[in-house]
Design a protein around this ligand. Sequence first.
Ligand SMILES: Nc1ncnc2c1ncn2[C@@H]1O[C@H](COP(=O)(O)OP(=O)(O)OP(=O)(O)O)[C@@H](O)[C@H]1O
Length: 736
Amino acid sequence: MPATATPTTHPDFQAEETHLTHTIRAVLRQIDAWEDRDRNVGADLETSLTLADNAEEKAAMLAVHVKEPYFGSLRVRIGGREQLLYVGKHAFLDLQGPHSVVSWESAVGSLYYSDALTWTAPGRGQAAGLKGTVLRRRQLDVQDRALHRVTDLYDVDAGGDTGGREAVLLSRLSEAATTGMRDVVETLQPEQNDAVRAPAGTAQLIQGAAGSGKTTIGFHRLAWLMHPERAAERARPEACLVLMPNQVLAAYAARVLPGLNLQGVNVTTPESWALSFLGLEKMDVTDRTLTLLLQDRDNGRRRAAWRRAKALGDLRMLEVVRRHLARRLAVNVARLEFALQVDLRGETRSVQLGPHDLQGLLDDVQRRSPLEGYRSAFRTATLERVLGLLNASGDAEVTRVTRLLAPEVTALTGKVFAGILPVSEGRRIVSDEATLRAAADGLLDERTLDVLLGDPLTSVAKPRRSSADVTEIPLMLAVAALLDGVGRREGREVAPYDHIVLDEAQDYAPLLYALLARAARPGHITALGDLNQGLHGYKGPGRWADVQAALGGEARARLTTLSRTYRSTRQITRLSARVAATYNRAADVVGVDRDGADVMRLTGEPLAVLTARAVKAIQAQGHRNVAVVTRRAADAETLAAAMRHHDVDAQPILNEQARYSGGVVILPVNLAKGLEFDGCVVAGADAAHYDPGTEFESRLMYVSASRGLHMLALTAEGPLHPLLLPPDDERGTFAS
Ligand SMILES: Nc1ncnc2c1ncn2[C@@H]1O[C@H](COP(=O)(O)OP(=O)(O)OP(=O)(O)O)[C@@H](O)[C@H]1O
């Protein structure tokens, strides 16, 4: 039997068609029952209304899946019985017949994706501990209530693996790009499935080359975490946070939320999130290091800027901030006396706490470093101390005295923490030499101190409005986290996020990792990134081991490497892998072997002429979403205008406020990261734009060259960049 049988030849096609028809009928019957208000009658009006509301919500959730109730099936044998299970995006329990559907996020749903052939039933029910065997995995291509194709992925009767999984994947990958991220529930691959279902409650670091599905995995993992089977580790959408490198990508990715039932998840950038958490939404955000790296050609200045940014995000800075706060607080406390009188059991009692006592309380709090922050812990500790000194006893007395004391202790706390604010303290630590030296003594070496105290960015203008730079935000956040906790604001409280997903995780400073770990439930961080794409290496970790250190060690943060990439054709993957290999020997990129057009290389004429020609050639192949990627924003602006003279209207995306809405766009490489297009033209693909002597430039080129799904063109007025020339075995076969 062929791996992918056509509708008429698969022997089970008709039986599957009948099963589908009956499943859809059963689902519709259930929806009708839920929508029927008369059936949802409770003992009183309120119960009836609640029942009806719940039923309507369930009906609405299920209604979305009527047209495609499932996408696969499993034939399994467990406890001596064979069972047929249908797997879909939403579970459905058919109380009257055999048309139930299990959801893909359930433990049994996992069997559809993994390569495992046996399992042991979990839980405490009757089946617990029984050994099961997978006999068949079958993909069912259902669209709009009709069955289009039946493909067996594995069938024990046909000799095992059929190669069908690869065939289904290839046909899915050949589809056109869309303007938003897609869900890939139906074709999740075994290693991706493992990453999605990695133990909840242990931080996961996932390294994968461009196009290995990292962003996709991040969102699917969130969907998996929402499933009731996750029990205590289950996450709620409104309590989850996804951080993405820029707003263009955040908007692009957020479109996958409804399909995965993730509405309510906050998808934003680390800077917007941090500033909003700090209550500084009105501040402009700058990344002056990036501006310098992109614009300045002086390698000495670039190196200095890189080093300073790196030092600002070093994990040791958390300890520096801790020590700085300790010194600041000690100065405040040294001036304070706390004295008060309370009437207790008919007597007037006095309590006095001098600077020494207060410092003792503060020391204790700082030693514990509580997640709720020093301020709240100090207030609680002081109250407890005073209650103890007063010998207050019994619930009623303790409550009464606490009420009396509360305003006084709050006022005292205000004085202890007076004038210590995240922005000013975060800045003071790294701008005032005496302050830095005192706080960093024995922690940072002389060279690092010099780097921190230098100002390599003088040539980069600051905005007129008040602003914060991305490299100083982690320090400000550290001050806030230690003083008042960090996490999700719930009214006046700060609660931990149920889960935090970090996309492009190679761009987060180790210091930021340590703070985000405090902002989420223990182990509830999934970080997905590619060290090869570290455009923002000045912010990010040099190695994943640095991140593991920030998250509490290897045992607490598991590192997985994805071995395959899915986005691009063989021709494109091969070229981008060659670029990555120049700066990363370990880069071992294996693409899905999907054949496509040869890479187009166009040189020897004005850039606008060549680029317009490339765009038209890609469109002539029927592709709609095409990107022209330039090295800088200014190049994109000039080229967009020039291409209009050659009959190509490319929409510029020049800043984060712009949105990608399909068609032909032109954008600088730093904004193209994470996005993908049917066809991509790297305009100015030469040594003048991407300096071959600088690793950072090669990383940029890797990002540019890896954006296309189906076609890639390289344009340059002069010779192409040496890394982009065709390898010997391809010479002569490329278009020019
Ligand atoms: N299992 C899969 N089935 C179908 N398509 C997939 C699968 N995995 C990934 N893809 C597709 O591959 C492309 C790349 O995925 P994604 O953007 O998540 O990769 P990435 O690793 O985040 O890439 P980058 O590092 O460039 O941001 C997307 O089009 C995605 O839909």
